[in-house]
Design a protein around this ligand. Structure first.
Ligand code: SAM
Length: 280
């Protein structure tokens, strides 16, 4: 049974990092007119009301997007991310946070396609509703990992694949390296974005090591922590593994990460990491 609901976590520091990387990658693919596929294996509901019982219960967005929303001077590289949010929040107060499918929905062009999967019985209808009039999108209540076999390579031979499970089921840590190897065999030139939490460093590092040793080339890592690793419950850091990163991404993140640290790491106990894990 799926008990994880992203509505408790929407807009936290992990979402901020994930969605900034996503917007930079989408912008990079848009530099060419040729269409591309956006495949989101674990989509969530798409839109999150920040005054909801769930969001207020954890208050996670308060130490994430809310801190960024209060800044008057933000790096230019965040313009796309913030402008997408502003369209749903035209007044100063931040009412909605947008998940990955709605961010992509606004940034993709007429020629591009979206393939979105979500299994949760409550979140799937919400997601489908968000795309009811969008002819570019397929919204399916199917297993996201299976899409990596059935939908790749895309017809356009260009694509961004976001793999963003909740890791509620520990098996996700084992499934990801295997599914990636399969997907990469079918579509070696895709831009793959894999989100990961650091709850147990050992468990996360094991998964990253398997990806690094899989034979896949061109892998980068971007990680942001608010606390040092520890043995207590809860997420101390999160990161993105990017396969085939757009050529400017590393440099862009060199500008963004110190700024993010300055704004989000309020207790000054965190850090960030930008690393090339596997070269060309
Ligand atoms: N990608 C979303 C975003 O950035 O806004 C957040 C996704 S959330 C971390 C993970 C989602 O995956 C949950 O909504 C959960 O119900 C869903 N899920 C879990 N297992 C799945 C599976 N095998 N296939 C598709 N969705 C799944």
């Amino acid at each position: 049974m799926l008990s994880y609901r992203h509505s408790y976590h929407a807009g936290n520091h992990a979402d901020v990092l994930k969605h900034i990387v996503l917007t930079l990658c989408i912008n990079a693919l848009k530099e060419k007119e040729k269409p591309f596929l956006y495949l989101d294996t674990h989509s969530g509901a798409g839109r999150y009301l920040l005054q909801s019982e769930h969001a207020e219960k954890t208050g996670e967005f308060l130490s994430g997007i809310n801190l960024i929303w209060q800044q008057s001077d933000t790096p230019e590289l965040l313009n796309t991310y913030l402008s997408v949010l502003k369209r749903y929040n035209p007044y100063d107060n931040l009412k909605y946070y947008l998940g990955s499918p709605l961010i992509a929905k606004q940034l993709l062009r007429e020629q591009d396609k979206l393939n979105l999967t979500e299994l949760h019985p409550t979140d799937y209808p919400l997601l489908r509703q968000e795309f009811s009039k969008d002819k570019r999108a397929k919204v399916l209540r199917e297993d996201g990992f299976a899409q990596l076999k059935s939908k790749l390579p895309p017809e356009s031979r260009r694509g961004i694949i976001l793999i963003d499970p909740s890791y509620e089921i520990k098996d996700d840590y084992h499934k990801i390296p295997k599914a990636l190897v399969e997907a990469y065999k079918r579509f070696a030139t895709g831009v793959y974005l894999i989100w990961y939490p650091v709850v147990s460093r050992t468990q996360t590092q094991k998964m990253i090591d398997q990806i690094v040793n899989s034979g896949i080339k061109r892998i980068s890592q971007f990680e942001f922590s608010v606390k040092p690793d520890n043995n207590q419950k809860g997420m101390t850091a999160s990161g993105m593994i990017v396969i085939n990163p757009p050529w400017k991404l590393q440099e862009q993140m060199q500008t963004i990460m110190p700024w993010l640290k300055n704004i989000l790491d309020t207790e000054k106990t965190g850090n960030y990491l930008i690393k090339e894990l596997v070269p060309e």
